[in-house]
Design a protein around this ligand. Structure first.
Ligand code: MN
Length: 265
């Protein structure tokens, strides 16, 4: 079952992330032209570390890589990309706040569009560890490669490691632009992390700082900043709405969903 690992890591009573439907509804299917391709997305994820999750639709799931530094448009930058568990197709539209648990933090839909393999056989390319493909997104375009790195000595020789490199091929769409800095916002809501959080501040984060905001790491400091900015936006919204009681600008939301089990926290 391709989504077993995805489901095992999450408690869907406590996360707004899609559960991918019932297991028996997970079909192996091809989309796009024969040989693969389909939708792709990149989610900017402020969790224990800031990273960018690249996801390619293939055979009914989203193949996924976590790219700590994000994609680079410069072919000389080979960006580490750690293969992660397949995600359900619905995840390709997901943007929101994960209050606690696995991946706790804020997910921004940073780019989306279509991808096309530049190989005849995607399965063989994944097995070999050399997938060439093109992207047609809002931010990422042109020709790319994902290349699996050699396992370190000492690891089982026939087992594939999870470490890959994401590399931009030189073409019309490559160049010396820091795309993460140049185009930092959501392609779904057009907002930044604090806007996403201001729209959906979890009760847990009002009561106390989430675990991801503790400590001295860069992501923790960024999370604290984002929480403060979001809190100011919520207050400004209250003022604009005529000073309604705190906590009632819109529906209270957290990972809770009515009828889906006990509330988080
Ligand atoms: Mn992630």
């Amino acid at each position: 079952m391709p989504l077993d690992e995805y489901r095992r890591k999450r408690d869907f009573r406590r996360t707004p992330e899609p559960d991918g439907g019932e297991p028996h509804r997970t079909r192996r299917r091809r989309t796009g032209r024969d040989g693969g391709g389909g939708r792709f997305c990149v989610q900017k994820h402020l969790a224990s570390h800031l990273h960018y999750d690249l996801r390619l639709e293939y055979r009914g799931v989203l193949l996924s890589w976590a790219v700590p530094k994000g994609p680079s448009l410069q072919p000389v930058d080979k960006r580490m990309a750690v293969r992660t568990e397949d995600h359900p197709l619905e995840y390709g539209d997901f943007e929101g706040v994960i209050p606690e648990g696995y991946g706790a933090g804020i997910v921004m839909l940073w780019d989306r569009g279509a991808w096309t393999p530049e190989v005849d056989d995607v399965d063989a390319a994944l097995e070999k560890g050399d997938l060439k493909f093109s992207l047609d997104g809002f931010k990422l375009k042109g020709s790319w490669a994902l290349v699996r790195t050699r396992d370190r000595t000492g690891t089982a020789p026939r087992r594939h490691g999870r470490n890959w490199l994401l590399i931009k091929h030189a073409d019309f769409w490559s160049g010396p632009i820091d795309i993460a800095e140049f185009a930092p916002l959501s392609v779904k809501s057009e907002g930044d992390f604090d806007d996403i959080l201001a729209a959906d501040m979890p009760d847990l984060w009002i009561a106390g700082r989430p675990a991801t905001a503790r400590g001295n790491g860069g992501a923790a400091a960024l999370t604290r900043e984002v929480i403060e900015r979001a809190a100011r936006k919520i207050l400004a919204r209250h003022d604009a709405a005529g000073g309604r009681p705190a906590g009632s600008p819109r529906k209270r939301s957290s990972g809770r969903r009515p009828g889906r089990g006990p509330a988080a926290g």
